[in-house]
Design a protein around this ligand. Structure first.
Ligand code: FE2
Length: 243
């Protein structure tokens, strides 16, 4: 079993009591998608829609904008796994302003490169990766033991004839994740998205959280993060300071 403490990443289950929130969010995304393409299409089958006339990237952008513009979107998502995040980083929580979407049709080559988020992000951030469909085999992503980060830094700095894909599949952990499960990894943990060679489209969101009082990364705090929750003591301090 891979744990955040030992490896920098861990798989969790959405608590039963919050499962309805997960379904509600998935429905919100599916309804948004349907309204954009003007047709009913399940998320995992989005590749069956003909995007000839409409560029797929513009579809991605519309999903990103419309979901991020929903009122209280951070609360809608955070309630899916709130206790889990509090147990990891405490009650003073800030969240990345925009939620990222990853929509990957079968054999789509377009994806993020092999990377880690920190630096430039703060090593005190965690990334939540929440799939909206079952992600088996290479529909999921590869995560790498944080203890191997120096070795990977070296690998990525050299051109040695080994492809990122080959290296990742040999040295990474393919974190299959069903709908109802989520991955959490720390920002300095390397990750790699393979080409999805399954028959379904992959839909996932990722969002970063950090304790408000932990050190910031190189990116400006107010440009990228906003407060989400305050602890009782912080609420008291803010109130007291105002007087
Ligand atoms: Fe990343």
């Amino acid at each position: 079993m891979y744990t955040l403490e030992s490896h920098g990443f861990q798989k969790f289950k959405v608590p039963k009591k919050n499962f309805n929130y997960l379904i509600e969010f998935k429905n919100l995304v599916e309804n948004t998608s349907n309204s954009i393409i003007n047709k009913k299409q399940k998320l995992n089958n989005i590749h069956k829609h003909n995007f000839d006339k409409e560029d797929f990237n513009s579809f991605r952008l519309k999903i990103f904008n419309q979901i991020n513009n929903k009122k209280n979107i951070h609360e809608i998502i955070f309630r899916i796994y709130d206790d889990l995040i509090v147990s990891l980083i405490g009650k003073d929580i800030c969240v990345q302003k925009n939620i990222n979407f990853s929509i990957q049709r079968p054999f789509d080559q377009q994806r993020a490169p092999f990377h880690k988020d920190s630096p430039p992000n703060s090593p005190y951030e965690i990334v939540v990766w929440l799939p909206l469909v079952n992600c088996f085999k290479d529909m999921s992503m590869y995560l790498f033991d944080i203890k191997k980060s120096k070795k990977i830094d070296y690998f990525l700095s050299k051109s040695n004839g080994i492809s990122h894909d080959t290296y990742a599949k040999k040295n990474g952990v393919c974190c299959e994740c069903k709908f109802g499960e989520l991955l959490i990894f720390s920002a300095p943990t390397y990750h790699y998205i393979p080409v999805n060679s399954q028959k379904d489209s992959r839909w996932s969101i990722n969002c970063r959280y950090k304790n408000t009082f932990s050190p910031n990364g190189m990116k400006g705090y107010l440009d990228f993060f906003e407060p989400l929750r305050y602890s009782e003591i912080t609420k008291l301090a803010i109130k007291y300071e105002e007087k």
